[in-house]
Design a protein around this ligand. Structure first.
Ligand SMILES: [Cu+2]
Length: 117
């Protein structure tokens, strides 16, 4: 009797262990595909995340969560947010594949890039 109970307990532990390892691997696989939209946060005078990957035709939205104004500009001069006051957001659609670095004209340490593919 004691052996049967121990085996049942062992099976239960193994089943729980298996189901616990399935969830994280399923969650991480979904991040590998380029998304149609992405959100970038401007916080603590930093661009988070600094690198974002989206699909061709995708839209990136930046949200300024800092108390000061930021002004995002494409390094190649193709787009710019204009002054973004605290709490404001700006969106830009990327129709061509490539890597597009950008920066904040007010804070030179704030740099990021959008990878479109
Ligand atoms: Cu800035």
């Amino acid at each position: 009797m004691a052996t049967a109970a121990f085996v049942a307990l062992l099976v239960a532990v193994v089943l729980v262990g298996c189901s616990a390892t399935v969830a994280p691997s399923g969650g991480s696989s979904s991040t590998g595909t380029p998304k149609a939209t992405a959100q970038v946060t401007l916080r603590n005078i930093a661009i988070q995340p600094a690198t974002v990957t989206i699909a061709v035709g995708g839209t990136v939205t930046w949200v300024n969560q800092d108390p000061m104004t930021h002004n995002l500009a494409d390094d190649a001069g193709n787009w710019g947010s204009g002054p973004m006051a605290s709490g404001k957001s700006y969106s830009h659609q990327f129709s061509k594949a490539g890597t597009f670095p950008y920066h904040c004209t007010i804070h030179p340490s704030m740099t990021g890039e959008i990878v479109v593919k």
